[in-house]
Design a binder for this molecule. Sequence first.
Ligand SMILES: CC(C)(COP(=O)(O)OP(=O)(O)OC[C@H]1O[C@@H](n2cnc3c(N)ncnc32)[C@H](O)[C@@H]1OP(=O)(O)O)[C@@H](O)C(=O)NCCC(=O)NCCS
Length: 155
Amino acid sequence: MPAATTSVRNARLADASAISQITASYAGKGLMLKRPVENIIEDIRNFFVAEYQGKVIGCCAVAFYTERLAEIRSLAVVEEFKGARIGRLLIEKAESVLGEEGVREVFVLTLNPGFFGRMGYKDIDKEYFPQKIWRDCTNCPKLMACDEIAMVRKL
Ligand SMILES: CC(C)(COP(=O)(O)OP(=O)(O)OC[C@H]1O[C@@H](n2cnc3c(N)ncnc32)[C@H](O)[C@@H]1OP(=O)(O)O)[C@@H](O)C(=O)NCCC(=O)NCCS
């Protein structure tokens, strides 16, 4: 099983193009927001990658809002490895690092509530996260027709 021999580690600059390719494939299907490679490079210290046999097969990123509140975003696993517990490994790693930082609440905005429900996240009203609205949503083309579901988990 890939999950047993997959390691999740902090992303390095050299992973940026692999991350960009993975996220772009799902952004093209409308499943997540497109992040240009320059934006991924700028944010590389906040990314984690899952590596299997020397290849990056998944990624996620964290974003901090307050000393207690953070977001997990840009979660994706390459198509051929979906369903092999790689997404779970990525979330567990990100949550563990956030917990060590003192974060107590993690939220996601997602079109895949089934997966996050399985990870212990609960639906919550988007208005609960005004910080997110100020920072990202104002630049999003979907602003007035946002179809993402907000979910939260207490660490
Ligand atoms: C969402 C995604 C990252 C999940 O990664 P994954 O490696 O396929 O998922 P896992 O195998 O780790 O699944 C973990 C658990 O969630 C469950 N699960 C996965 N997808 C699910 C879904 N859509 N609905 C309900 N449960 C789901 C699995 O059955 C598994 O349960 P278990 O560990 O208790 O047996 C992956 O499917 C993906 O890249 N999707 C496209 C991009 C995307 O939607 N990203 C999220 C944007 S916020």
